[in-house]
Ligand binder design. Structure first.
Ligand SMILES: C[S@@+](CC[C@H](N)C(=O)[O-])C[C@H]1O[C@@H](n2cnc3c(N)ncnc32)[C@H](O)[C@@H]1O
Length: 321
């Protein structure tokens, strides 16, 4: 990401809806919001512009995202704390920022446009590049390491669980066979291997067959689901009464984890058969969305990358005594 990239025509996903859902929580004299996926800072910039007293804590594990957003949000420097960290460490980040209680939290999960568009980062099957896929370029695990060292069983599990790849075992099998001839080090060679492993009849439907394998590797390399499993509960626990969270997911695994975390907190957990509900078992949150909301057709026409977005939101209605 550099200045030449600008914001790359990048449009923050479901921006109006995100602003609308968070606004009621940000009306106090000194509200605090966490953007757990700062990226290019598009949502953050709009939040800072809309709420003049807002302090924003922005987190991203990609050092280039922090660098870019630091420049973009410079006009708001006195109201921002930008941290290079995984959102999995959200509780520690809030503590270190001296703001353990927050009014709003935003998760815009997944990869950013520059991560996809900069060929050398190795996220995309549409370019030939080294197999990398690290969001945090300082970490050791790369897609190359996963593809060339994981066992057939581990690869199969990852492709099946994270890529929802029907032919996980076949793809893993061909990877093992091919890497024995020569290490698989490029996105193109991997995409070719996946294509060869998928039965011809299936190949003709459902887009590029490499898509599911690349998604699976990306999730494994960046431990995306375990980060979300830690980050979302930490954000929910940090929300004050009336505080709100908005989550934008881009595949069913993220959306499922989000749904589970939110619905678990919106349920009355009183043991059945009690004559009066127990206060301590009353829900701590209420859902602000019915199921998952999708981008409008108009937004999809403007921004095809919003296509897989699913938005869920909730509000804190009870704090523990
Ligand atoms: C879709 S982009 C966010 C775009 C941003 N909302 C905007 O308007 O520019 C997702 C970002 O989340 C970051 N990310 C993904 N997983 C993360 C994690 N566990 N911790 C911190 N950042 C993460 C990625 O590096 C990427 O920059």
């Amino acid at each position: 990401m550099d200045d030449n990239v600008g914001t790359g025509g990048h449009v923050p996903v479901m921006l109006e809806r995100v602003l609308e859902l968070l606004a009621p929580a940000l009306t106090g004299p000194a509200p605090v919001v966490v953007d757990a996926n700062l990226g290019l800072g598009g949502h953050s910039e709009a939040l800072l512009a809309a709420h003049p007293a807002l302090h924003l804590i922005g987190i991203d594990r990609d050092p280039f995202a922090i660098e870019f957003s630091t420049r973009r949000l410079a006009p708001y420097a006195d109201r921002t704390t930008l941290v290079h960290a995984s959102s999995g460490d959200l509780a520690e980040v809030l503590d270190q920022a001296g703001r353990p209680v927050i009014d709003g939290a935003l998760f815009d999960l997944g990869v950013s446009s520059p991560q996809l568009d900069e060929a050398e980062r190795g996220f995309a099957y549409s370019y030939d590049a080294p197999l990398d896929m690290r969001m945090d370029t300082s970490q050791e695990l790369t897609a190359d390491r996963v593809v060339n060292t994981y066992s057939a069983a581990e690869l199969t599990r990852i492709l099946r669980d994270y890529g929802e790849e029907r032919f996980a075992q076949r793809v893993a099998g061909l990877i093992i066979k091919e890497r024995a001839k020569e290490a698989i080090t490029s996105t193109k060679r991997l995409a070719d291997i996946v294509r060869d492993a998928i039965p011809a009849a299936t190949r003709r439907t459902g887009g590029n067959p490499a898509k599911r394998t690349f998604q699976a590797l990306r999730i494994e390399v960046n431990a995306e689901l375990s980060a979300l499993e830690a980050a979302l509960p930490a954000a929910l626990d940090a929300l004050t009464l009336g505080g709100r969270v908005v989550v934008l997911s881009y595949h069913s695994l993220e959306d499922r984890l989000t749904k589970q975390a939110l619905t678990a907190r919106t349920k009355d957990t009183s043991p059945p058969g009690l004559p009066v509900p127990l206060p301590a078992h009353q829900p701590r949150f209420r859902l602000l969305t019915r199921g998952a909301e999708l981008p409008s057709d108009e937004e999809l026409a403007r921004n095809p990358r919003a296509a897989s977005a699913r938005l869920r939101a909730a509000e804190r209605i009870r704090v523990d005594d």
